[in-house]
Write a protein that binds this ligand. Structure first.
Ligand code: IVH
Length: 702
């Protein structure tokens, strides 16, 4: 058939889209292609040509639109439709038996489970509105994650549109899924990365997560990702009554569901499934780290409920971690940011489940003594939960002479201060005066969830301390490019960039500042709670233990740790000085001038950088997003604006120039001239995209 067929190009485009969608489904989801790759490509090219000559026929869910989005400046933070809890888990049988007992006690003896492989990939939420993929959000902290929709659209097994032939498609469907990379694809990707002198990924899970978090969707598109969907997070209308029915419904909507899921009614059946899956683990094309047991009856799930971390109706029965034997070469005491001195084992490199391991954490001196591990010993190592490798035990070598038992040094290897034992741990009490702790604290302050200072990683922090450029954390804010260029690894541009990034970080969110101080026990979540509760740093700083405990997530122990830390004179002095440089912005309140506005920035600004503008807007409650939609309140177009301007014009979104932005910042929306008085920016519609991908080094996609 050709363009001149009855109904013309519009109808043909619709036919082609339908055919391509169907054949993609057969190929990528069912693994049962019915046409050749050549025929598929032919249909695809025909649709592409048709859409090129009739751009008005392009629909967002057209198979040609999987890759098409521009690189983002940053991912948007998006709240999940329903929180994505984690799973209660263990590799031992006993906790599994207790789980089963609890279920029987709550629901009676006649119990039905579904058992599924626990896929070891990146957890994600997919949202379909009226059957169309509207967003994909990483798990993040379980409440909100990063919007990676454009990247997920590039995964061929993710339908851009649900199939409605066998089952009605709900108006809203939020799903939980796992993005994976198959082992063969992972190895091929690593080989390509190595060929280009780029760092390989440690395992398929990191490769999947890293590929999902590319700012340029073209890079993600070049990565062989796949997905399995296993749960409904939210649905408009009545949910399927059981997990079995859920999996069936997901299949009918054209979503990829793991084929190894099956019913089970007892611990025996669960153990049998676990044994079978574990035995076949190495033959599977993808990595799994256990099985998941779920109550089949969805209504019963509500009865048993959930804790703040995990549902009580599911349990992950994990596989024991992978183990290997190697030789321990050397034990080195390493001083962390909080002063804890950790013995680190350096070992002859060994492969553990596809990852080369050469270092392991020995935790503390008592652990080294208890396991009687000495330099030169043969040791068994494991990757537990596939994170940091551990030395499990030493292996006897009769007749071989062993080294002396390892002892923790009496003095800090970094600053020479006498070390102090605290329980099994060892501390250097020298705080900021210890170079290792100072460097660690500088690095932490600049880290992604703190002040997010680009270019201030571990290496740079160490260099600044080692070369005596910074002897005191607040001096970071007095750095000058001229000092930096004297250091190895810095050129004029990188020196300027770092100084600029540090200057930009002076205005930061209160929660980031609090987290960046590295207060014991205060992670990003608690920091956010503190910021929301106190709204000013001073209010937080002067709070006593009792007041602190009124904050969500802070108990008596944490409250005491916080007040003790902040009361230390050295800490207090640093905090005072930092406050002279940093202006933390409280989280937005409902009354904030720009609350509720969604703003997109494009092109260069004269009076500030785009990221500064973003921070200023957010400080007043606006939401700064990277893509233009009908929900966008304003698009601020600077010099050489990109395609976002065009899109704003198409959608009729109000466009502001830099003067408009400044007016908005100083007086809110009321300070703006009426829309028809706004001078139209004189940028040509086809001006080159000014925004560079923040991940420019990745620009040639592999
Ligand atoms: S159910 C709240 N089923 O495991 C329960 N999770 O350790 C929802 N995972 O982040 C999860 N395979 O992404 C479920 N068949 C499966 C799974 C699975 C892998 C992941 C999931 C979660 C993690 C928890």
């Amino acid at each position: 058939m050709s363009e001149s067929s009855p109904g013309g190009p519009e109808r043909r485009a619709r036919e082609l889209r339908r055919a391509l969608r169907h054949h993609s489904y057969l190929y990528y989801v069912r693994n049962q292609p019915e046409i050749s790759d050549e025929r598929f490509d032919e249909l695809f090219r025909e649709l592409k040509a048709l859409e090129e000559s009739h751009p008005e026929l392009v629909t967002p869910d057209s198979p040609t639109q999987r890759v098409g989005a521009e690189p983002l400046d940053a991912f948007e933070t998006i709240e999940h439709t329903a929180s994505m809890l984690s799973l209660d888990s263990s590799a031992d049988v006993e906790p599994l038996e207790r789980f089963d007992e609890r279920m029987r006690k709550a629901l009676g003896e006649d119990i039905a489970y579904v058992v599924e492989p626990k896929l070891d990939g990146a957890s994600i939420e997919l949202v379909y509105e009226d059957g169309r993929l509207s967003r994909a959000v990483t798990r993040g902290d379980g409440v909100r994650g990063e919007g990676v929709t454009e990247n997920v659209r590039t995964i061929h097994s993710v339908p851009l549109r649900l199939r409605g032939a066998d089952r009605e498609v709900p108006a809203l469907l939020a799903l939980r899924a796992e993005v994976i990379m198959r082992v063969g694809d992972f190895e091929a990707l690593n080989a390509r990365l190595l060929e280009r002198d780029r760092a390989p990924f440690a395992n398929p899970r990191n490769a999947a997560a890293g590929s999902l978090r590319q700012l340029d969707p073209r890079i993600t598109a070049a990565r062989p990702l796949d997905i399995y969907v296993f749960d409904i997070l939210a649905i408009d209308g009545r949910p399927p009554p059981t997990q079995r029915a859920t999996l069936e419904a997901l299949r009918e909507w054209g979503l990829p569901v793991n084929e190894r899921c099956r019913p089970a009614a007892s611990v025996e059946e669960i153990l049998a499934f676990h044994g079978e899956i574990e035995a076949g683990r190495d033959d599977l094309e993808y990595e799994i780290d256990g099985i998941v047991i779920k109550l089949d009856d969805i209504a019963a799930r509500d009865e048993v409920g959930e804790t703040s971390h995990h549902p009580r109706w599911a349990f992950a029965f994990k596989f024991p971690p992978r183990k290997e034997v190697t030789r321990l070469l050397h034990i080195f005491p390493s001083v962390g940011r909080t002063g804890v001195v950790t013995p680190i084992a350096f070992m002859r490199p060994v492969e553990l489940g596809g990852v080369t391991v050469s270092r392991a954490n020995l935790h503390n001196r008592e652990e080294v003594a208890r396991k009687d591990i000495r330099e030169g010993d043969r040791v068994r190592v494991q990757r537990a939960g596939d994170v940091i490798p551990q030395v499990l035990e030493r292996i006897e070598e009769p007749g071989r002479e062993r080294a002396e038992p390892w002892v923790m040094p009496g003095e800090c290897p970094s600053c020479g201060t006498a070390l102090e034992p605290r329980g099994p741990y060892t501390f250097c009490p020298n705080l900021f005066a210890c170079p290792a702790q100072l460097a660690g604290r500088i690095q932490h302050l600049g880290s992604r969830h703190a002040l997010d200072i680009e270019g201030l990683g571990e290496e740079t922090a160490n260099l600044l301390v080692r070369r005596n450029v910074i002897a005191h954390v607040p001096e970071l804010f007095e750095l000058e490019p001229a000092t930096l260029v004297e250091l190895e690894g810095f050129a004029e541009k990188s020196a300027n960039n770092l100084v600029e990034a540090i200057a930009a970080a002076r205005r930061t969110e209160l929660a980031r500042f609090i987290y960046g101080l590295g207060i014991p026990e205060v992670g990003t979540t608690v920091a956010r709670e503190i910021a929301a509760h106190f709204l000013s740093f001073e209010a937080f700083r002067s709070a006593d233990d009792e007041t602190l405990q009124t904050v969500d997530g802070i108990g008596p122990r944490m409250a005491e740790q916080i007040t003790t830390f902040l009361a230390r004179p050295e800490v207090s002095a640093v905090v005072d000085e930092l406050r002279g440089f940093i202006e933390p912005v409280p989280p937005p309140r409902a009354g904030d001038a720009l609350a509720g506005l969604r703003i997109v920035l494009t092109g260069g600004l004269e009076s500030m950088s785009r990221s500064e503008a973003g921070k200023k807007l957010e400080a007043q409650g606006a939401k700064v997003t990277s893509s233009v939609s009908k929900q966008t309140s304003y698009v601020v177009a600077g010099e050489n604006p990109g395609r976002k301007l065009e899109r704003a014009q198409t959608l009729g979104v109000e466009i502001l120039d830099e003067a408009g932005l400044l007016a908005l910042l100083s007086g809110g929306p009321d300070a703006l001239p009426a829309p028809d008085e706004t001078p139209a920016p004189d940028a040509a519609a086809d001006a080159p995209e000014a925004e560079a991908s923040a991940d420019a080094s990745e620009s040639d996609a592999i």
